[in-house]
Design a protein around this ligand. Structure first.
Ligand code: FMN
Length: 178
């Protein structure tokens, strides 16, 4: 099985990209996960669709279509997802291959706040209603106080958080098989 992790952050030292990278080491047996960022996507302007979808969007849509499940990690910006993540979901929502339709999706976030990016996750759930994704409910992964959550090697230091991610990934695998 193949999961695709998409980060909504463009930062090199992103906590959310680090969270996805950590997750690649916490997967159930028989599952692999590729992590990618979204800086290559242009801003969506429907006027420009007459000349077709940009190559970067077609590449992303194909990767999403081919993945058995998505793991989305977005920073919380002003209580919502980043424009980067929203732009990617908007592109995917209008792509003719409907890559998000019935796609199992798990959400996670990391933030320096005490909320761990949870408010952004709830917006992302709403955003994914129309494109028809299947959202995993629980466990929810919201890494709080996240500048202190990773060690210098980028590993999550809290065992409870690691265990929750293991459980979430297991639940995502079960969801695919259901
Ligand atoms: C424009 C902006 C708005 C932000 N708004 C929030 C917010 O609403 N809630 C929150 O927890 N953190 C907020 N932050 C802080 C981010 O959570 C923090 O920068 C985090 O490191 C971003 O994730 P990243 O490390 O994956 O890039 C905001 C940061 C920026 C730049």
């Amino acid at each position: 099985m193949n999961f695709l992790g998409l980060s909504g952050s463009l930062r090199k030292a992103s906590l959310n990209t680090a969270l996805l990278r950590e997750t690649t080491g916490l997967l159930p047996e028989g599952v692999a996960m590729t992590v990618r960022t979204l800086e290559d996507l242009p801003l969506l302007n429907p006027d420009q669709l007459e000349s077709g979808f940009p190559d970067a969007v077609n590449v992303l849509a194909a990767a999403v279509k081919q993945a058995d499940a998505l793991v989305l990690a977005s920073p919380e910006f002003n209580y919502s997802v980043t424009a980067v993540m929203k732009n990617a979901m908007d592109w995917l929502s209008i792509h003719p291959d409907a890559p998000l339709k019935a796609k199992p999706v798990a959400l996670m976030s990391a933030s320096p706040s005490a909320f761990g990016g949870g408010r952004a996750q709830y917006h992302l759930r709403e955003i994914l209603i129309y494109p028809g994704a299947r959202l995993l409910g629980v466990p929810e992964i919201m890494v709080t106080n996240a500048f202190n959550a990773f060690n210098e090697q980028g590993a999550l230091t809290n065992q409870t958080t690691r265990d929750l991610i293991i459980q979430q990934m297991q639940a995502l695998k079960v969801m695919i098989q259901a």
